[in-house]
Design a protein around this ligand. Structure first.
Ligand code: TRP
Ligand code: SF4
Length: 323
């Protein structure tokens, strides 16, 4: 059976970008594979070292969102990276064989150093972000890693470092393959990629009032002012969601282009579809948040299972290194 590992940084509540970009695949893979899903809390430390007060609370919120969305703790192992000490041990070993150039050339590194101005990220740990992520994946000998598009450079890095390790010490580590969702990139309210840092997100669970407000202000075709203007659905954020939610999206596309449907109606229908989608999630989420002890228990069991698997790999690695 294939093994799956993936993780998310605990940055708080999830948005639809997380769901359609990755979580949807996580949920589907549970039925075919042995799945490990972790809160990448050490990764949160890399960027939020100056204020760690939210990391643990954010992890709980994130697990509640995962389970509400359909991650089943009976099928998948849910755990915290920081509770399995082998992640940091393998991180140390991999860092010995990681060429600095690979890290400095990493596109996500270059981009974030340029873009994130409110934190000092000129740190050793930040440069090593992909090394820690590689350790996460390689520790579980995962064959499949379902992630969002933005993580692909890190996966490539993981394969390269696994190859290098195996060349030195024998065939121990597995080169993983990525798995992207079909709708890998969900637009945010403003048409850019949905991201917490752009402040353009729709959360996985929103109240109808907030949802209505957000959808009303969503980016559409700026040339379509009146219903009978000929529209251009391809750049429209509202349409991108209809492509996911509405089986009849082709009809909608034609109608928009022909000036037969207007944005007000189109948005109203999206609002209704999203609201329907969120309802069962909201209910499950509320119950989970009300029962923190249950969540804590799931995490504890998950950390134990993850530790067992990671320990086996680590024993093999230590043997190969003759330590
Ligand atoms: N870097 C990933 C992100 O920001 C999170 C992550 C950490 C991860 N370790 C991982 C994802 C291992 C997949 C596999 O989203
Ligand atoms: Fe977008 Fe719908 Fe307006 Fe067309 S009618 S531009 S698809 S919101």
């Amino acid at each position: 059976m294939s093994k799956v590992l993936s993780g998310m940084r605990p940055t708080g509540r999830l948005h639809l970008g997380h769901y359609f970009g990755a979580l949807k695949n996580w949920i589907e893979l549970q039925n075919e594979c042995e799945c490990y899903y972790m809160s990448a809390d050490w990764h949160a430390l890399i960027t939020d070292y100056a204020d760690t007060s939210r990391v643990d609370e954010n992890t709980l919120e994130m697990f509640a969102d995962w389970i509400a969305a359909g991650i089943d703790p009976e099928k998948s192992v849910l755990f915290k990276q920081s509770k399995v000490p082998y992640h940091s041990e393998l991180f140390l070993i991999l860092s010995m064989i990681t060429p600095l150039g690979w890290l400095q050339r990493c596109p996500t590194y270059k981009e974030q150093i340029k873009e994130i101005k409110n934190k000092d990220l000129n740190n050793y740990g930040f440069l090593g972000y992909p090394v820690l992520m590689s350790a996460d994946i390689l520790l579980y000998k995962a064959d499949i890693v379902p992630v969002g598009e933005d993580q692909l450079p890190h996966l490539e890095f993981t394969c390269e470092i696994a190859r290098k390790f195996n060349n030195f010490y024998g065939n121990i580590l597995i080169e993983p393959k990525e798995k992207l969702t079909k709708a890998a990139r969900v637009p945010g309210l403003d048409g850019r990629k949905m991201s917490k840092s752009y402040d353009n997100s729709i959360l996985l669970v929103e109240s109808d009032d907030v949802l209505k407000d957000k959808v009303k202000n969503m980016f559409t075709d700026p040339l379509k002012i009146k219903k009978n203007d000929f529209g251009h659905p391809d750049g429209c954020a509202v349409f991108a969601f209809h492509e996911i939610f509405d089986k009849e999206y082709k009809k909608r596309e034609e109608g928009c282009k022909a000036g037969e449907i207007g944005c007000v109606m189109c948005k109203k229908q999206l609002m209704e579809m999203l609201s329907e989608f969120m309802k069962p999630l909201a209910k499950r989420r509320k119950d989970l948040i009300a029962d923190k002890a249950y969540l804590e228990k799931i995490i504890k069991i998950g950390c134990q299972k993850a530790t067992e698997t990671a320990q086996k790999t680590m024993e093999g690695i230590r043997r190969a290194l003759k330590f």
